[in-house]
Ligand binder design. Structure first.
Ligand code: C2E
Ligand code: CA
Ligand code: CA
Ligand code: CA
Length: 276
């Protein structure tokens, strides 16, 4: 079927056809998802094993599609990035997360919140100004907000990214490098990037028994220490993970062992049950 026109897929591969059809449908439905209030946030705890205290929550986006049910961000974020819908979606997410964080604070619970920010937001007008406007509107302490960015963004205009990150940090907001160690390596740029922490990708946590992977984590932790960066391990699912990571000197962990992403109504109970 090679060489067939764009509209003649699905000739020999049914699975591929289904995927294409689903993608087109999601692309179309993304247009009204925000307006129709189909998005909501889940919150996953981060735990500091050294102080034995909650270190904050990461906000994770969900799309409740009217017909297809809950759709994973792993599926719809790449589509939203392609179509540009990611910009209004991220703005909504950031504001929602800040509102939630403020709500917790007003109840007497101080939990920092982190929000995933796509590279596309750095290509729009003045991300720092937008972040500042949300913080002011919500009256949230900037120290309680953290933005998670990914390594791939440094492939773009590094000077410009550095400037934008500096403006955001000048507000008092923290920056974390997500999925560190996967994809495009930014190690050569780490000393130039104004960031506060690294999030070790879950692939490393899953491979702790492999001596070569342990060596890499060890090196990353040493480097981070020298650069005064905190390290958060992702995908922590077991006692063994915690023991190995602690031995290697990692103090903050996130993963199913501590808690899966939960709805905001369930956060209070989780916090109560996990007070040490
Ligand atoms: P991420 O930022 O690396 O988020 C962590 C993902 O790993 C989450 O999946 C979380 O549910 C999952 N996870 C956490 N702990 C464990 C664990 O112990 N084991 C396993 N197997 N998985 C774990 P989720 O919520 O499906 O999000 C997937 C990705 O979608 C995120 O990866 C992030 O890249 C993206 N994403 C999520 N929310 C947003 C958002 O608001 N904006 C943007 N731009 N991207 C988002
Ligand atoms: Ca993240
Ligand atoms: Ca991650
Ligand atoms: Ca990831």
């Amino acid at each position: 079927a090679k060489g067939l026109g764009k509209n003649q897929y699905c000739v020999y591969n049914d699975t591929m056809g289904m995927k294409e059809i689903r993608k087109m449908e999601l692309e179309k439905d993304l247009q009204r998802a925000l307006k129709d209030k189909q998005f909501y946030l889940m919150y996953q705890p981060k735990w500091n094993v050294k102080t034995n205290k909650l270190a904050g929550f990461e906000a994770l986006l969900r799309w409740k599609h009217p017909r297809l049910g809950v759709i994973s961000p792993a599926e719809f974020i790449p589509i939203a990035e392609e179509t540009g819908h990611i910009v209004p979606i991220t703005r909504w997410t950031l504001e929602q997360a800040c509102i939630q964080c403020k709500e917790w604070q007003e109840k007497g619970d101080i939990h920092p919140i982190s929000v995933n920010i796509s590279i596309r937001l750095f290509q729009t007008d003045k991300l720092a100004d937008f972040v500042q406007s949300v913080l002011e509107k919500v009256e949230l302490d900037p120290n309680l907000l953290e933005l998670e960015i990914t390594e791939s963004m440094v492939l773009f205009d590094v000077e410009d990214i550095v400037r934008q990150l500096q403006s955001i940090r000048a507000l008092g907001v923290k920056i974390s490098m997500d999925d560190f160690g996967t994809g495009y390596s930014s190690i050569g740029l780490l000393d130039r990037l104004p960031i506060d922490s690294l999030k070790l990708d879950r692939l490393f946590t899953n491979d702790l028994e492999t001596p070569s992977k342990r060596a890499i984590i060890n090196a990353i932790l040493l480097m981070a220490e020298n650069l005064h960066l905190d390290v958060i391990a992702e995908g922590v699912e077991s006692r063994e993970h915690i023991e190995s990571l602690t031995q290697l000197g990692c103090n903050v962990m996130q993963g199913y062992y501590y808690g899966k992403p939960m709805e905001s109504e369930d956060v209070d109970d989780w916090v109560k049950n996990n007070k040490e």
